[in-house]
Design a protein around this ligand. Structure first.
Ligand code: UDP
Length: 363
């Protein structure tokens, strides 16, 4: 098959690392980068380190309102799809590019393959929920990370297209987690190399809900600053200025602010951390894979499967709440593996072979 895959944001690069490796064993893949994340440490480092093939196209679309981004991606991908005439379009997750490119393909009657389908928060107030729901409804095949997500699709009448394959991020995690942590390449905001302390917490925080003003981020940082070991915090470019200013003003000397780190370092920070505090969907799952306890700072649960045995707990952007959740002990049941076996990409290929035995005309 000839498959056009679209990526644009950091978590999509991490998923595509596993996806492209498996797809290219038996298919022709055309990779499109939307340009959403473009800094070296938010984009190129993942292509280099994770051996993701060079994109065939870069749409160069970043910034602007949701409508502006979606509209530019719709027209940008339509030109590529008309030129390439692929047998399918493959999209990951729930960004604006996921929806825009799925919509363009569906209108051209090109089958859409959606990886990480079926995740639902239950509210359209969340812009990603709009993206993932509409993408699922115009897709031909839906690959879910968990059984719960497949059941959500069944409830929406999409069960006949849905397959539980496991979380493709787990494929990438396993690929990197087994490697030794040679020499971390973690760079501070001042441009100097950071040496990783023996004992530390790992945190990330970049969501709009926690970074739109000083208040929630100050609460989170204040909790981290009061812990018994330093917190390593690679800051997303979106809120770098705010995080730096708050740490200086409040004299939060127990927090090590760094530039975004590469995936290998993120996996090793995850594995070696005492505990993790984050608002990232991906990192809370990686904490779960690593068996490291996590506190997820947001108002709603994103991966309900992780919320067992105190392994991942929801906290408000409030110092006391975060510290209270961090003080709980976790209980791990090794038999509980809700995210599959780390072979999601291969399972997707197995299903494609079955559904498209000779390309699109046979579907
Ligand atoms: N990550 C990374 N470097 C960092 C911070 C995070 O490689 O400096 C990885 C992290 O391990 C996880 C993913 O990026 O796999 C999460 O991406 P992000 O937080 O941007 O997106 P979200 O998970 O919120 O969709």
């Amino acid at each position: 098959m000839k498959i056009v895959t679209v990526v644009g944001a950091r978590p999509q690069f991490i998923k595509a690392a596993a996806g492209s490796r498996a797809l290219r064993r038996e298919h022709q893949e055309i990779l499109v980068h939307t340009g959403q994340h473009f800094d070296d440490n938010m984009s190129a480092v993942f292509f280099r380190e994770m051996e993701i093939p060079e994109p065939d196209y870069n749409l160069g679309i970043s910034g602007g309102s949701h409508a502006q981004m979606t509209a530019r991606m719709l027209t940008g991908i339509e030109d590529i799809l008309m030129k390439e005439q692929p047998d399918a379009l493959l999209v990951y997750g729930d960004t604006n590019s996921t929806l825009a490119t799925a919509l363009a393909a569906a209108k051209l009657r090109i089958p859409v393959l959606h990886v990480e389908a079926g995740n639902r928060l239950g509210t359209l107030d969340n812009p990603e929920e709009v993206n993932r729901k509409l993408t699922d409804h115009c897709s031909s095949l839906l690959f879910t990370a968990t059984e719960d997500a497949r059941e959500k699709l069944v409830a929406e009448g999409l069960g006949d297209k849905a397959y539980t394959v496991g979380n493709i991020m787990y494929d990438s995690f396993l690929h990197f987690a087994g490697r030794p942590w040679g020499s971390p390449n973690i760079i501070g905001l001042d441009g100097k190399k950071v040496s990783v302390p023996d004992s530390f917490y790992y945190m990330t925080c970049h969501r709009q809900e926690n970074t739109y003003s000083d208040e929630p981020l100050t609460e989170i940082l204040s909790a981290m600053n009061s812990l018994d070991a330093p917190a390593i915090y690679p800051v997303h470019p979106r809120n770098r200025e705010r995080a730096e200013r708050i740490c200086q003003k409040e004299n939060f000397s127990n927090i090590i602010l760094t530039q975004p780190v590469g995936y290998g370092d993120s996996v090793q920070l995850t594995k070696h951390a005492k505990k993790i505090v984050t608002d990232s969907g991906g990192l809370q799952c990686e904490a779960f894979y690593a068996g490291v306890q996590c506190v997820f700072v947001l108002d709603y649960v994103v991966w309900p499967e992780t919320m067992v045995g105190n392994r991942n707990q929801l906290a408000k952007a409030n110092k006391e709440d975060i510290l209270q959740k961090l003080s709980a002990e976790q209980v791990i049941d090794p038999a509980y593996q809700p995210f599959g076996d780390g072979h999601a990409a291969e399972k997707i290929c197995d299903i494609l072979r079955e559904k498209f035995p000779m390309g699109r005309n046979d579907q």
